[in-house]
Structures are given as structure tokens and as C-alpha cells.
Design a protein around this ligand. Structure first.
Ligand SMILES: *Cc1c(COP(=O)(O)O)cnc(C)c1O
Length: 397
């Protein structure tokens, strides 16, 4: 079965992905099942996306019920789930306006256009966008340019002009890069793809303050960190800052494709009719799913559970530091990374854990990435720890 599936992939799909040797058929809670009926506790969640896990009763029911009524209708007319979603997003956050799309990259594309349009309308020669090295913002041409990692962008030059990169977590470099043509700084509150890199608290605070002094926009890519992942609705809440623009996607609709660009203040109304659009964006199906997810993540008790589970996981992982090749345990909430010394490959750990019924992710810096669905249980976290411990104990280097 798996071999047949693999051969159609190998012959038909453009060869972009290096996939695991695994075909998943369904899931329940935080457990996945493959074509052989083997189960896996899921610490990857479709890359930090399946926020409510699998076959979540309310999410499944809302999607099924919406599908029976209306899946898509275009933005030429209104639809109720979308109206509810944007109202929820604006009423419960510091933001004034939202644009809905279908993916993280699209949410960031929208942010770039919004930034450019804002200064264009003000007749200000500000167009330069500063991002960080090691960042990840998507795979479209503009977001690939924002992504400060040549390994993703090198073959695709020329890029979007006027993007400048500065080392992450280096305030001096950021300050030096801001000039009269700078329009915005865009950062991730935690860099996910490049290894769950958590910046210093003061860096984020200073970066935001710099943007206020310079009269430029401050955008945060919360596509991975947002929607409760770090134990707060937005990761920026940990830093007490109030960005002008935030982008969301991954966890927002529990796995149904969606993207959202939120903005506050004058930039929130920079677009005029015709400036931007999306055929699918905010369609009733995706919006109905997001409405269920938001019901959960806007509840402070639910967020506290994420924090508590994250702390439990982190405390257990700390014990692994006794292995000298475990270099670092870091992250926030249910977004954690275990950085390993180059002598032990993260992909090797990943495949050994798969053998024991645990699915984890990998990220840059030889890091094992743990971003489970929020419905993960303490018992499942303890099981991960047991398997990690026995796997690490069996490694001879
Ligand atoms: C995943 C991710 C993206 C890209 O999202 P897509 O839906 O794959 O386009 C952008 N930024 C961050 C921080 C991400 O983690």
C-alpha cells in the first residue's frame, strides 16, 4: 500500500518534498494512524497547524454542517461565517481590520502590499523592508525574498527589491539598518523553521520602540507562534508590545487552509477597493472552522492549559540535558525545540521515534521540533519523554 502511494508521488508530484516513510489515513485527538494501522502520538500537528488535533467533535461538526450549506461563494457577496470570524478577530484583539486569505505566504504578501500602499498614499519614499537572517516567511516570490535564508531563495533570483536582512536578536544591527527609506521591520517573535530560536526579551521590546521613534511600521509574522501556540493568543503579548501588523495562518482554522493579515491604526485602512483580493480567502468553510478554533483559544482557561502542558513538557525535556550532545532545550508554550550536537542527527532521532510510535518535527540548527496539537494530554507528553529517554540512552557516540 505505502509503496504504491510512494510510486505515484515519485512519478507525478513535482519533486519538492523529502517526505517521511509514512502515509497517514486518519487521527483521533493527538493520535495518528498510518496505512498499516500503526498509531503515533503526534508532536508535529501538520507543522503546528492542527491546533485542535484530529476528529475534534466541534470542529468536525462545524465543517460538516457548513459543507452541507455552502463551501464557497466568493467575496462578491457577504457570508455569515466570515462576518462572524472578522468580528471575533477585531473585537478580541488590538487590531482594527483584517484581510483573509488561504495560507501563511499569502498573509505575508498582503502585509507587504499593505505596507507599500500605506507609504505610497502618504507620498513618503519609504519602501524598504527589514527582516532577519534565518527567518521564514513563505515560498512565494515576495515572501521568499523576506525569508532570510539563501538556501531557499538562491535559485530564484532576481528577488523583490528593497529587502534588507539583519542578524536576528541583534539590536545594534537592526538600528543601523533603519534609514530614510525604511518602511517596516518584519520579524517572527520566535523563529520556527530555523530551529525554534527565542530572541531576548529586550530585543523585541527595543525593536518595537525603534520602529516608534523612526515612524515606521512594525510587523510580526505570527503564522506559527499565533493562535495560542505560546500560551497566549499572540506571542507578542509576552513582550508587552503592540505591532501594527500581524499575520496568522497555520493554527487558525485547525488545518483548513486560511491566512489572516491583521492591522491597527492608520495602516489598517490603507487598502482601497481594488487594491487587493482573493477568490477563496475567508470562504464560509474555512471561516466556520476558524470560528471553532477561536472559541477555544480566546478562552483564558484553554490558554492556561497550553501553558501548563508546555511547562510540563519542558520540565521533562530538561532532564535530557544530562546527555552532553543535547545542546539546548528552548521555546515557549507548546512550541519547543531540542537542539542536538552535530554528532547526533535530528532526522535520525525523528526516525527512531517514529519506530516507537511518536511523530516529531525537525527544524534548522539540528533541532527536534515539538509543536503538538493543543489537545495533547499529560500522559502523551510523559510517553514522549519515556521514548526520548530510552532512545537517547541507546545512542552510542
Ligand atoms: C509556515 C510559515 C509560513 C508560510 O506559511 P504557508 O502557509 O506555508 O505559506 C510563513 N511564516 C512562518 C513563520 C511560518 O511558520
Amino acid at each position: 500500500m505505502l509503496n504504491k502511494i510512494k510510486s505515484s508521488e515519485n512519478n507525478c508530484y513535482m519533486p519538492c518534498f523529502s517526505r517521511l516513510n509514512l502515509c497517514i489515513t486518519h487521527g483521533e485527538g493527538a493520535v495518528l494512524y498510518d496505512t498499516n494501522g500503526k498509531d503515533y502520538i503526534d508532536f508535529l500537528a501538520g507543522i503546528a497547524t492542527n491546533s485542535l488535533g484530529y476528529n475534534h467533535p466541534k470542529l468536525t461538526a462545524a465543517i460538516a454542517s457548513q459543507a452541507s450549506k455552502l463551501i464557497h461563494i466568493s467575496n462578491l457577496v457577504y457570508n455569515e461565517p466570515q462576518s462572524k470570524l472578522v468580528d471575533t478577530l477585531i473585537t478580541n484583539t488590538i487590531f482594527d481590520r483584517v484581510f483573509l486569505s488561504n495560507s501563511g505566504a499569502e498573509a505575508n504578501e498582503c502585509a507587504v502590499k499593505l505596507i507599500r500602499k500605506y507609504f505610497y498614499a502618504r507620498h513618503e519614499e519609504r519602501y524598504k523592508i527589514i527582516t532577519a537572517t534565518g527567518s521564514f516567511h513563505g515560498r512565494t516570490m515576495a515572501t521568499l525574498t523576506l525569508t532570510g535564508q539563501p538556501k531557499y531563495s538562491k535559485p530564484f533570483a532576481p528577488y523583490l527589491p528593497a529587502v534588507e536582512y539583519v542578524p536576528y536578536n541583534d539590536f545594534g544591527a537592526l538600528k543601523a539598518a533603519v534609514d530614510d527609506n525604511t518602511a517596516a521591520i518584519i520579524l517572527e517573535p520566535i523563529q520556527g523553521e530555523s530551529g525554534v530560536i527565542v530572541p531576548n526579551y529586550q530585543y523585541m521590546v527595543d525593536a518595537y520602540a525603534l520602529s516608534r521613534r523612526a515612524g515606521i511600521l512594525f510587523g510580526l509574522d505570527e503564522i506559527q507562534t499565533g493562535i495560542g501556540r505560546t500560551g497566549r493568543m499572540f506571542a507578542f503579548e509576552h513582550y508587552g508590545i503592540t505591532p501594527d501588523i500581524v499575520t496568522l495562518a497555520k493554527g487558525l482554522a485547525g488545518g483548513v487552509p486560511i491566512g489572516a493579515t491583521l492591522a491597527r491604526g492608520p495602516v489598517a485602512t490603507a487598502f482601497e477597493p481594488g487594491d487587493h483580493g482573493s477568490t477563496f480567502g475567508g470562504n464560509p468553510l474555512a471561516s466556520s472552522a476558524a470560528n471553532v478554533v477561536l472559541d477555544y483559544v480566546l478562552d483564558s482557561n484553554f490558554l492556561s492549559e497550553i501553558t501548563a502542558k508546555g511547562e510540563h513538557l519542558r520540565n521533562r525535556l530538561r532532564a535530557l540535558k544530562k546527555y552532553e550532545w543535547v545542546k539546548d532545550i528552548r521555546g515557549m508554550g507548546l512550541m519547543l525545540g531540542i537542539e542536538l550536537d552535530p554528532t547526533v542527527k535530528n532526522t535520525e532521532i525523528q526516525s527512531r521515534l517514529m519506530g516507537h510510535g511518536i511523530l516529531v518535527g525537525t527544524a534548522g540548527n539540528n533541532t527536534v521540533r515539538l509543536v503538538p496539537p493543543y489537545v495533547i494530554t499529560t500522559a502523551q507528553i510523559d510517553r514522549l519523554y519515556e521514548v526520548l529517554e530510552s532512545t537517547f540512552a541507546s545512542i552510542n557516540i
